[in-house]
Design a binder for this molecule. Structure first.
Ligand code: ADP
Ligand code: MG
Length: 391
């Protein structure tokens, strides 16, 4: 059985510092880390200004570095499989940055370009154990870790909401991904033993206590990532915008159940109606779960997980056979209150709310029945981005 085990801040930091010394022949002077995340509920609603309820994970991206007295930024990223990726680009004191090859470095360049002050040349090492492309947001983890590193390097501090917004802008402009605000927000503001209810319209957020004594969130990585056309996410976003426009609303956040009927009267495209129905109902479910979770109303939370999955599968059409199979296996397992896909979809992870003493049984059942190769971990709600101390 494959378990994903977080290496921990100390180990990752030591690894990053050792690599820095080996690559650049001196010690780093600034360091920062930012976690991955898993979303409990509120999927495909952040870009509609809805509510989302994510949790920061113990998996971490660590960035260490120092100025190099040149006009160039040099980045070395140590990937989970041990491979190394490198990139070089101009310092913002010398040039205006533009997106380009290698593709992965755009996540970093976007952050440097959007940092509120110009930054001189630096050398950097990135070490991360956040699974990439698995729906736990390695991209936001990288962006926010890098931004926090720049805060440590320059001494300029940016308040958390602004920082999340700048990192989101970076992902829009450089990798060209029109993501919502959820990932950068939770990665910046996560708190140990808490989920975060984020109002993606007002950007107000509330930490929701998560007691893991009786029930836990089991995360199962399907280990598939379907390479579709790449336009699926922007398409969903555009369809939701179209529904809001038809209703003359600023976003679907302002829509009510009755508005969904109006969409039909307006002869709105059937797909657009389906997407809007998902968004309106998912926002309501998310607010309910945020209330139910601290009351330990696990059965009621679980029901909403199942409803959310069904809706993502049938209305939003962002699930895939592997995620549907994982949810169906867990649904038939004793001790499971509810299960759903999490993240953008088309692969990545499924989660289940499980009675603690049943976790091993559920894992065994998934292991024996799932057609793919699952990777498991139990979600431990963790802290968000932070500057790390160097010895
Ligand atoms: P997710 O955010 O769900 O993990 P994305 O497709 O949004 O998936 O982002 C994954 C991409 O982010 C990778 O393909 C890579 O380009 C970039 N990335 C994330 N973490 C790192 C890292 N530590 N080093 C280099 N690139 C990274
Ligand atoms: Mg991402």
């Amino acid at each position: 059985m494959t378990e994903a085990v977080a290496k921990g801040e100390t180990t990752l930091l030591r690894l990053a510092c050792d690599k820095f010394v080996a690559a650049y022949g001196r010690n780093p002077v600034a360091a920062a880390g930012a976690p991955g995340r898993v979303n409990l509920i509120g999927e495909h609603v952040d870009y509609c200004e809805g509510y989302v309820l994510p949790v920061a994970l113990p998996f971490l991206t660590v960035v260490v570095g120092a100025y190099n007295n040149t006009d160039e930024c040099k980045i070395l990223s140590i990937l989970a499989n041990g491979q190394e990726a490198t990139a070089t680009f101009p310092a913002t004191t010398a040039s205006v940055l533009k997106p380009g090859a290698p593709a992965w470095a755009n996540y970093v360049k976007g952050v440097v370009a959007n940092f509120p002050e110009k930054v001189r040349g630096f050398d950097v090492v990135i070490v991360s154990d956040v699974p990439m492309g698995s729906g736990v947001s390695s991209s936001a983890s990288l962006e926010v870790a890098f931004f926090t590193f720049l805060e440590a390097l320059t001494g300029t501090r940016v308040e958390p909401v602004k920082k999340a917004e700048l990192c989101q802008k970076a992902e829009h402009e450089f990798p060209g991904m029109p993501c919502g605000i959820m990932d950068q927000f939770i990665v910046t503001m996560g708190k140990k033993d808490h989920a975060l209810l984020i109002d993606c319209r007002s950007l107000e957020s509330t930490h929701i206590p998560m007691d893991s004594n009786e029930a836990v969130i089991l995360v199962v990585n399907s280990n598939v990532k379907h390479q579709l056309t790449g336009s699926e996410y922007p398409q969903r976003r555009a369809q939701c915008q179209e529904a809001a426009m038809k209703l003359k609303l600023p976003s679907l956040r302002s829509a009510h159940v009755e508005d969904l009927k109006e969409l039909k009267w307006l002869n709105c495209d059937e797909l657009v109606c389906k997407r809007a129905t998902h968004v309106v109902e998912e926002i309501a479910r998310t607010v309910e779960v945020a209330e139910l979770l601290p009351q330990k109303a696990f059965t009621e939370v679980g029901q909403r997980f199942y409803q959310s999955h069904e809706s993502l599968s049938k209305l939003m059409e962002v699930s895939c056979p592997e995620l549907d199979q994982l949810v169906s296996i867990m649904k038939s397992s004793p001790g499971v209150y509810g299960a759903r896909m999490t993240g953008g979809g088309f692969g990545g992870c499924a989660i289940a709310l499980v009675k603690k003493e049943y976790v091993e049984d559920v894992k065994k059942k998934v292991q024996s029945q799932y057609n793919g190769k699952p990777v498991f971990f139990v979600c431990q709600p963790s802290d968000g981005a932070r500057i790390l101390k160097l010895n």
